[in-house]
Design a protein around this ligand. Sequence first.
Ligand code: AMP
Ligand code: MG
Length: 414
Amino acid sequence: MLEKRQPILVGQAVKRVLDRVTLLTTETIPLEESYGRILRQNIVATHFVPPFDRSPYDGFAIRSEDTKGASGNHRVLFKLVDHIGAGTVSAKVLGRHEAVRIMTGAPLPEGADAVVMFEQTVEDDDTFTIRKPFDRYENVSLQGEDVKEGEPVLETGTFINPGTVALLATFGHATVKVAKLPSVGILVTGSELIDVSEPLAPGKIRNSNGPMIAAQLKRMGVPYHMYRFTVDDLERNKQEVRQALDEHDVLITTGGVSVGDFDFMPAIYKELEAEVLFNKVAMRPGSVTTVAYAKGKLLFGLSGNPSACFTGFELFVRPALRKMQGARMLYLPHTKAVLGEDFSKANPFTRFIRASYNGHTVTPAGFNKSNAVAAIARGNALIVLPGGSRGYAEGMEVDVLILGQEDGVAEWTL
Ligand code: AMP
Ligand code: MG
């Protein structure tokens, strides 16, 4: 007898998955390898940035008090007493109307409190004149103007982006404590599948989900093992799932989660005594998306339909993999945009439409059923149309999830 599946809301489904996540331990890695990882230590500034008052320009360091009364009719003269580039400290202490020729990044000499840019002077051999008064600290990059000593600068759970790397380098972190990466197994099922390199044959299609999921993981910087795609065979699939689950922290399968005669994943979950967190989500595409929990690990049973498979990964797998690493920003960035064309289909369930977003308008990326492949390639966003509505007209404001961003947001806002 066919069991009746109870759909749950997408947000509830995401929460059920995240509630089962186990935090991975940490490891210490070289800074140069840390891009894309999740920081697992708090970083406090151990010194001011910049560490000393310095020149932001190429010019002359002077004492501002010496510039009083300077004007076009009354140019004030300075005499050069030293010449320094970045990385060098002048031994001179500036006296009245003395100046040091100074390059960008060099520390201000003692006594100096302003910098005159070359363009603001008329130069002679070892003198120059200026035609305007300077304020104290004019054209000076002040010690600590960027970061104060003792200030918390990075929090554990931060996604390490290129700027994070720069900040870690600034404070001398040659190595960084980060979350270990989860190991993910991918098992693609379906007797109709042939390999990418094979010619089409009657009734067969090429396995596009396997390479797609691999690319989605790669985009997250998460390593994976791709098992050889497999036919629909209960005994065989059972063994394959068991082995993959033994070998990895997380298992992603595609296909076989529906109610067809050859959809064996539900039977396999039962056999493994897995706890099925849900097997129906109130969403299109991907309502059959199933997530189960066995041996302390998550099994993501994604639909075989490419658009559903893709969406299931972005909505459920992605935040789980980030949470395992202790990340604070788990969810796809969310914005509002203007719908670029009518979308008249009724929506009993929340609909996720692969779409292209230009920063203002969002437009469905063509044929958009759950079995669509081309729209995934054209899309850089998902339009989210809440369930229970009767279609949307061009010009209406809609919710959009942005794809392909390295980091996410902290709240599930849909
Ligand atoms: P299933 O989820 O197994 O019922 O498959 C749903 C649809 O997705 C069927 O039309 C399958 O042929 C197709 N499909 C399943 N697996 C893949 C795959 N790896 N790549 C492309 N299409 C697939
Ligand atoms: Mg199938």
